[in-house]
Design a protein around this ligand. Structure first.
Ligand code: SF4
Length: 312
């Protein structure tokens, strides 16, 4: 079935395949699927916890993937293992090192920022990951799930915002104007269903990985082609049409065309309304990150603010 889905995706003009989970390497044909995708000409990005990657598998994956993203939440094993289970930090670290040693084109260390690791300085985290061989490092703020996990993982936004402000001030001090200025990307909506879909292991199509809920099931690839689901499924066409102008709290925001109104999965998780604004604390972060992107456009050699790369 994977080959047929990939073939349909290629005919639709899809350029990139992201293989993720759960943990994708638990699937018995995961590596075959990755190799199939690469052989069909897709850009392949594998997102994995790295626990099963030893040197032999690393070599095979490195030749089949354009990028491998390993989940790594901290330089501190205790913090990472608290998130992901005992012993997982060492195995994820070894996976990064093994992939780097066998020449994987791009190895990325990606963490989730929660109340447990938000005080860790980005420099320390980045030094650990790049020392292992990661080419790029980032952390994304924990997305509220609207369930019992939130109380344990929700960051303390006040201290996070204060620290980002301090780091921004320090980084901007003495920064020099750019000679050539890259264009900022225009963003007027969330990416869910807008050039992106997620396909579950059972062939059901959803708007994105964050909205893999029964109420967002757009159709099954066992019953209809991807092209028809993508272009005609009501749940996808409705979601695709929601722009920042349709979110009352955002429609006049100065940052709306940099932010796009925020992640619809986050808004839905906490309100059960797909057109609701994202929680206020995430909006504050989005504004800070939008400001940072403006500064990056104007100034050279700025570090990543607090290691945050994904606008919530
Ligand atoms: S920064 Fe906040 S108010 Fe502005 S568009 Fe983004 S989520 Fe909406």
């Amino acid at each position: 079935m994977a080959r047929e889905v990939l073939s349909q995706a290629r005919d639709l003009g899809v350029e990139e395949v992201v293989v993720t989970g759960g943990e994708p390497l638990l699937h018995p044909q995961a590596v075959d699927i990755v190799e199939e995708a690469k052989g069909m000409g897709f850009q392949v990005n594998l997102l994995t916890n790295g626990l099963g990657i030893e040197r032999g598998l690393a070599r095979r994956l490195a030749s089949a993937c354009d990028q491998i993203t390993i989940s790594l939440d901290s330089a501190d094993p205790a913090i990472h293992d608290r998130h992901r289970g005992g012993g997982s930090h060492g195995r994820a670290s070894r996976a990064i090192a093994a992939l780097s040693e066998v020449g994987c084109p791009h190895v990325v260390a990606a963490g989730v920022l929660t109340r447990h690791n938000q005080h860790e300085r980005y420099e320390n985290f980045a030094a650990h990951a790049t020392g292992l061989g990661a080419e790029r490092v980032f952390r994304a703020v924990y997305i509220l799930q609207g369930d019992s996990r939130d109380a344990a993982l929700r960051p303390d936004f006040t201290s996070l915002v204060v620290r980002m402000g301090e780091e921004s001030d320090a980084a901007l001090h003495g920064a020099q104007p750019r000679g050539e200025r890259p264009r900022l990307a225009w963003r007027d909506r969330c990416g869910a269903a807008f050039g992106v879909v997620a396909v579950g292991a059972d062939g059901v199509v959803y708007p994105c990985q964050g909205l893999m809920r029964p109420e967002f099931a757009a159709g099954s690839l066992r019953e209809e082609p991807l092209e028809r689901i993508y272009t005609q499924a009501p749940v996808l066409t409705k979601l695709r049409a929601i722009t920042v102008a349709d979110i009352p709290a955002c429609s006049h925001c100065a940052y709306r065309f940099l932010c796009g109104g925020g992640c619809r999965a986050l808004a839905y998780n906490v309100t059960r309304d797909i057109t609701a604004p994202i929680p206020e604390e995430y909006c504050v972060l989005a504004q800070l990150l939008a400001q940072w992107r403006l500064w990056e456009t104007a100034l050279s050699e700025l570090p990543v603010t607090a290691g945050l790369e994904v606008i919530p």
